[in-house]
Design a protein around this ligand. Sequence first.
Ligand code: 5GP
Length: 204
Amino acid sequence: MSSDAPQPQSGDQSAGNSRLLVLSGPSGSGKTTIVRKLLQDSPVSLRVCVSATTRPPRTGENNGDDYHFLSAEEFEQKRKAGEFLETAEVFSSGYWYGTLKSEIARAEEQGAWAFLEIDVEGALNVMQEYPEAVTIFISASSDDEYETRLRGRGTESEDVIQKRLATARRELALADRYKYQVVNDELDRAVEEIKHILRTEEAD
Ligand code: 5GP
């Protein structure tokens, strides 16, 4: 690199030493339970990056803990100001989600891995910025399981279920873009596999 090549700007995390863990999995893959278990007993220091979203909070969700809940205008302002690493409209829901660069910077300051739990579209964008990111795709053990899990929740309307199943099919077709694919055939085994990946990557 020549000496007059553009130098990384402070706050430009794409040039930093951050360790990034990106985890995705379609609705019904059991991803949420896996993440909860992983965070209870992670072999490496993980800092969850709290995403921003324009979707309204659900009962029990807190601003700043679960998401940074923003109006569409606030989200757009941040997007224009370059504050996001990636953004995506998830599930064709009309709601936007995005990873804030400031969240990754905070993980880096703490010497922790930045942990992003984001959809496939967002993950593909992160891979471009951070080719060295550790990316894990979680899938269910059979195609039927997505629908069984989604219906089992009993919380979503038929329209939402159909949209999520269509998204799941599109996401599954992109699973091989991830560095690792973990099948959630048995919860504890899948969590152990992810822990093993993290230990191995940390040692690298
Ligand atoms: P929920 O609305 O159920 O909390 O999340 C819906 C989906 O949005 C999840 O599949 C999650 O992975 C994805 N998601 C959450 N935060 C982000 C983000 O910052 N960027 C992207 N691309 N997807 C996100």
